[in-house]
Design a protein around this ligand. Structure first.
Ligand SMILES: Nc1ncnc2c1ncn2[C@@H]1O[C@H](COP(=O)(O)OP(=O)(O)OP(=O)(O)O)[C@@H](O)[C@H]1O
Length: 326
């Protein structure tokens, strides 16, 4: 459904070249739920904007929904839906008007746009809101409307850029429930970007991890997590002692290079339970009070940590070297 070879995009700003996406190869089968996961500035939105024809690649080729991205962008556009970060709705129209206008923009007749509008209202649980002005909707309702707008022309593939950003947990859960339904009941291919690791894990058939414009790992969430041998240990200490705690963690046998997030030090070890007594003893000797210690099963963030030495939740360090693809 989506195939790319060496897809790349650079920008030139003040005489400086920024390689936002550095040649990605993507292969997404029909009906799959795929997540592009990566930290801020990794190249997620740029990739999406290329795949949805909004931005011309500087190199590479791609086929989306059976149409060549460069040779037939109109063919691609007709068969995809794109829900941008922040959406694109006008607050002064009603939900029904927005949906019908969008359907007609995609070439549906007025009657067909109205019928499809009714269907997507059902699918995204917007019933009862059809006559409400968009500006009166809650954040979660508005985001569900954004997704509904991306679906009104029955696309084969829908691209959702950060669909749940800024929503409360309840609205996020409601949106994912509907997105899941799109795949299971309608067979729509759904390609999303998210920062939320737990959502990527729960939703995806396939996860593509992107960093500095390159895909550095891909696979099912289970297969990716299985690459992380052992456990993650997280130790929280007073903020002014966190670097000292990281230095102690680094000296533990078989420990990975620790990362520091706020007042917490994170690192990998083959067996978490085996390392805890030594860790507590070393903290006591250094007079560092331990506020909490946790041994955690691997998450998708651990694969990122393993490959880059950073957490997806940290701000990107643009100076780091490019890791090898797994
Ligand atoms: N129009 C542009 N001009 C110059 N640089 C750009 C432009 N668009 C993106 N970039 C740069 O390309 C890189 C990738 O940006 P992109 O928006 O694709 O990242 P992202 O992974 O979507 O980040 P976020 O999670 O913050 O949305 C960043 O360094 C960004 O500053």
């Amino acid at each position: 459904m989506i195939t790319t070879h060496g897809l790349a995009r650079s920008f030139h700003v003040d005489g400086r070249r920024i390689d936002a996406v550095k040649g990605v190869d993507i292969d997404v089968s029909p009906g799959m739920g795929v997540t592009l996961l990566g930290p801020n500035g990794a190249g997620k939105t740029t990739s999406f904007r290329m795949l949805t024809t909004l931005l011309r690649p500087t190199a590479g080729t791609a086929t989306v929904a059976g149409h060549d991205l460069l040779a037939d962008p109109t063919g691609v556009r007709r068969r995809i839906g794109y829900v941008a970060q922040g959406g694109g709705t006008c607050g002064e129209h009603t939900v029904r008007e927005e949906l019908e206008t969008q359907g007609q923009l995609y070439g549906l007749s007025r009657a067909k746009a109205r019928r499809r509008g009714g269907e997507v209202v059902e699918q995204l649980e917007l019933n009862g809101l059809e006559n409400r002005l968009v500006k009166t909707l809650s954040g979660g309702q508005r985001r569900r409307l954004d997704v509904a707008l991306g679906l009104v022309h029955s696309p084969l593939v829908v691209f959702l850029d950060e669909p749940t950003a800024g929503l409360d947990p309840q609205s996020r859960a409601a949106l994912w429930k509907r997105v899941h339904m799109l795949r299971t009941e309608l067979g729509t291919t759904v390609f999303v970007t998210t920062h939320y690791l737990e959502e990527a894990d729960a939703f995806s058939d396939q996860v593509l991890i992107i960093d500095h414009g390159q895909i550095i790992a891909e696979g099912t969430p289970e297969a990716l997590k299985a690459k992380v041998a052992g456990h993650r240990v997280e130790i929280t200490v007073p903020m002014d002692l966190v670097q000292a705690a990281a230095a102690i963690a680094e000296r533990l046998p078989h420990a990975s290079k620790p990362s520091v997030i706020g007042d917490t030090v994170r690192f990998q070890v083959p067996r978490g339970d085996a390392v805890i007594p030594d860790l507590i003893r070393a903290m006591d000797l250094a007079s560092i009070p331990t506020l909490s210690i946790q041994v955690v099963q691997p998450t998708l963030d651990d694969i990122f940590l393993l490959l880059t030495g950073r957490s997806i939740r940290e701000q990107p360090n643009t100076e780091t070297s490019t890791p090898d693809r797994m």
